[in-house]
Design a protein around this ligand. Structure first.
Ligand code: BES
Ligand code: ZN
Ligand code: ZN
Length: 487
């Protein structure tokens, strides 16, 4: 897709379709009202267009403009309008227009700030993504955005590039998440990470089963033993040319390429969605793609434990006791609580690599969706100031996160008669006990856990996004890293 900025005055730009925003409670006439001989006034009077978010009206051959069409898109109330709304509104315009085969889109944002330019580009690229790689419809590419041009200040190329880098990274994550598990095995995910690393010059190392056995990652290996597909611990390293701090951030992502539940098998209804159980890992890989291009000045190591959780004669049984890399023994009371089992070995390995801070993203529990629905990510921590940074990054990026509790009292929910820890708690507070289990392995280093089980998959299409993988957490990760010293 061709993405660019142009400083040509709006009236003189010969666009296929020129998009402009209008608010619900706009004071006075729209800036293009006169040029279009009062079209905006007429529209409003007719109530055909009120300015509510994502509404759209199209005028053909607007008299005072060189554009072939003028599209006005509703931006809602001015007092509610912010960068997050702008990203959505631009996305909604793109999806509405490309559905009409209008694939060369020009957006008028004359006095835009650099941040507005970034999010407008993000909105367009994110809206253009369709989870249709495996559909054979020959015409599907005709409805992809061919070009996106912003009429605005020409001095903000950096902002345009940032938006493109971020949204392409998020779409890369979404495409990984959308791949079915027969095509995206743990080794295939590792190969995708390696390919990305080679393109963007990151260091990539894959620990195979043999190496993990040598190291003693019994917790991770126990999950993978029921699958014919070998596991992988994917490690991506970003090192700045000149680090501004000795901080070393680990980004850790759950990479279960398919979760049957194992012997504690899941019900078949909806099990097909368990291909998205690697959304945390994919978010980390996508974020690293953006980080490699934006070149922030903090050291980042990504760790993605990748396994398939299957049922077979070799599969782990309920009651099995495994020894984690940290040396703690774990009684596997439920083989479906596998995410925490692979994450703790990755956490211990991150600590051995010298990481000073850790953030993980994982589709860890159904319980987080019971608690927060599909709106907020559940955010847990052992260090409130560090969570404050992550939440500030999330807020800037319009990714909603909610601070969940992790008081020591919850530790009482994790008691095993035969091992140091069980891998599940009782009936209540499932998302918290899962987080508590992870916390036991963090050695009190600042750590944030993001449970994205409720937010990584959209069951319904939105005006500004296709259904399917959302790519949640990618932008928060990138913002956290690029703004490390100012958050
Ligand atoms: N991958 C699931 C969590 C999940 C559920 C993700 C729904 C996305 C949508 C995880 O491995 C799991 O199965 N967790 C169990 C934990 C339970 C056995 C304590 C759960 O949430 O039911
Ligand atoms: Zn599971
Ligand atoms: Zn899982």
């Amino acid at each position: 897709m061709d993405i660019r900025l142009d400083a040509t005055p709006i009236e003189q730009y010969a666009a296929e379709v020129l998009v402009t925003l209008a608010f619900e409670n706009e004071n006075g006439p729209h800036s293009l009202n006169t040029a279009t001989s009062g079209w905006f006034d007429e529209l409003r009077e007719s109530k055909e267009f009120t300015g509510k978010p994502f509404e759209i009206a199209i005028l053909h051959r607007p008299s005072g403009l060189k554009a072939k069409r003028l599209a006005v898109v509703g931006a809602g109330k001015t007092e509610k309008f912010n960068l997050t709304e702008l990203r959505k509104v631009v996305g909604a315009a793109v999806r509405a227009l490309k559905a009409k085969s209008l694939t060369n889109i020009t957006l008028a944002l004359v006095n835009a700030t650099p941040e507005q330019i970034s999010v407008a580009v993000e909105g367009a690229i994110l809206a253009d993504y369709e989870p249709d790689r495996l559909k054979t419809d020959a015409k599907k590419d005709e409805k992809r955005l061919a070009s996106f041009c912003i009429l605005g200040p020409a001095t903000v190329q950096v902002a345009l590039d940032r938006g493109r880098i971020l949204a392409e990274a998020q779409n890369f994550t979404r495409s990984l998440v959308n791949e079915p598990a027969n095509l995206l095995t743990p080794l295939k995910l590792a190969a995708e990470a390696e390919k990305m690393a080679a393109t963007y010059r990151l260091d990539c190392e894959i620990l195979d089963r043999e190496r993990m056995t040598q190291l003693g990652m019994g917790s991770l290996l126990g999950v993978s033993q029921g699958s014919a597909e070998p596991p992988a611990l994917i490690i991506l390293r970003y090192k700045p040319a000149a680090a501004a701090t000795t901080d070393h951030l680990a980004l850790i992502g759950k990479g279960v390429t398919f979760d049957t539940g194992g012997v504690s098998i899941k019900p078949s209804d909806g099990m097909e969605k368990m291909k998205y159980d690697m959304a945390g890992g994919a978010a980390v890989i996508g974020a690293m793609q953006a980080i490699a291009q934006l070149k922030p000045n903090v050291t980042v190591t990504a760790l993605i434990p990748a396994v398939e959780n299957m049922v077979s004669s070799r599969a782990q049984r309920p009651g099995d006791i495994v020894t984690s890399l940290a040396g703690k023994t774990i009684e596997v009371l439920n083989t479906d609580a596998e995410g925490r089992l692979i994450l703790v070995d990755a956490i211990t390995y991150a600590l051995r690599l010298g990481c000073t801070h850790m953030v993980d993203a994982a589709t860890l529990t159904g319980a987080i969706a019971v608690a927060l629905g599909h709106i907020h990510v559940g955010a847990f921590t052992n260090n409130d100031p560090f969570l404050g940074k992550v939440m500030a990054a999330a807020k800037q990026e319009g990714e909603r996160m909610w601070h969940m509790p992790l008081d020591d009292d919850y530790k009482d929910y994790l008691k095993s008669a035969f091992a140091d820890l069980p891998n599940i708690g009782g009936r209540y507070g499932g998302a918290v006990t899962a987080a508590m289990f992870l916390k036991e392995f963090t050695e009190d280093k600042p750590w944030v856990h993001l449970d994205i089980a409720g937010t990584a998959w959209l069951d319904d299409v939105k005006p500004f996004l296709s259904k399917g993988p959302s790519g949640i957490a990618v932008r928060t990760f990138v913002r956290l890293v690029t703004d490390w010293s100012v958050l």
